[in-house]
Ligand binder design. Structure first.
Ligand SMILES: C[S@@+](CC[C@H](N)C(=O)[O-])C[C@H]1O[C@@H](n2cnc3c(N)ncnc32)[C@H](O)[C@@H]1O
Length: 229
């Protein structure tokens, strides 16, 4: 033991204050998770599904749960032709960053940003698409995370209960109430728990359940469709 203190470097995106995500350059700081390349694939899945359903015409309402920097909602607002996008977060600090990014990006139709826990800010509403990259690290795994992540990124953006599935489970249990008939839930999941996440969708009553792979060929996107009425 030399007694030396090892200093972990601040992630580059925080040091520079900017992160690239799909077509956008977004402001980021320690109030929000740095958008990841895997999540660009989640947006791709949603855009592809929307094109299949509405073609190039305008259509569809979207709910982005846990918007963080706003990367998903703002990419959908920029690249898609959705009638309405609502983006929520439980963190007022994250929402402040998302709002700043919305001004910076300036899409034709701004997402609505709302504060609150999961579906609380949208009680009584229905959407064609519910998209989320929720926290999905298990509490016991937190200490083992890369210090570049653990020491800088917000814990509430990462950790999801003892098994890493608290948010995924809660979203799937209640998504049916907030989803229009024929609508889609698109979730980013931990690749180690993709099968388990698909099982949760099944337990929540969904029968059209698929898992798609990310750019690193890991099972990452849970796509769950609600039957048409
Ligand atoms: C993994 S980050 C994803 C952020 C962003 N969507 C992205 O893909 O980079 C999860 C986000 O969910 C938010 N969050 C955590 N618990 C929540 C809850 N119960 N309700 C709503 N948002 C929550 C966190 O504040 C964080 O911004």
């Amino acid at each position: 033991m030399t007694g030396e203190t090892v200093r972990v470097a601040e992630p580059r995106a925080y040091a520079e204050g900017i992160a690239g995500f799909r077509l956008l350059d977004l402001v980021v700081d320690r109030r929000v998770l740095i958008p990841r390349p895997e999540t660009e694939g989640l947006v791709e899945q949603v855009l592809a599904w929307a094109r299949g359903r509405w073609g190039n015409g305008e259509g569809g309402t979207v709910l982005d749960l846990g918007t963080g920097s706003g990367c998903i909602a703002l990419s959908l607002a920029t690249e898609g032709r959705f009638a309405r996008i609502v983006a929520t977060d439980v963190s007022p600090n994250a929402l402040a960053v998302a709002r700043a990014n919305a001004e910076r990006v300036g899409p034709e139709r701004l997402p609505e940003f709302r504060l609150g826990h999961l579906f609380e800010p949208v009680v009584g509403e229905r959407f064609d698409l519910i998209v989320s990259n929720p926290p999905y690290i298990a509490e016991p795994e937190y200490a083992e995370l890369d210090p570049g992540v653990r020491d800088f990124e917000p814990r509430e953006a990462l950790v999801s209960g003892p098994d890493g599935l608290a948010h995924t489970r809660a979203i799937l249990e209640r998504a049916g109430e907030y989803l229009a008939p024929g609508g889609l839930v698109a979730l980013e999941v931990d690749s180690r728990r993709a099968e388990q996440s698909a099982g949760l969708a099944w337990v929540s009553g969904f029968r059209d359940v698929r898992v798609e792979r990310d750019v690193f060929d890991r099972p990452r996107f849970l796509l769950v469709r609600k039957e048409r009425a």
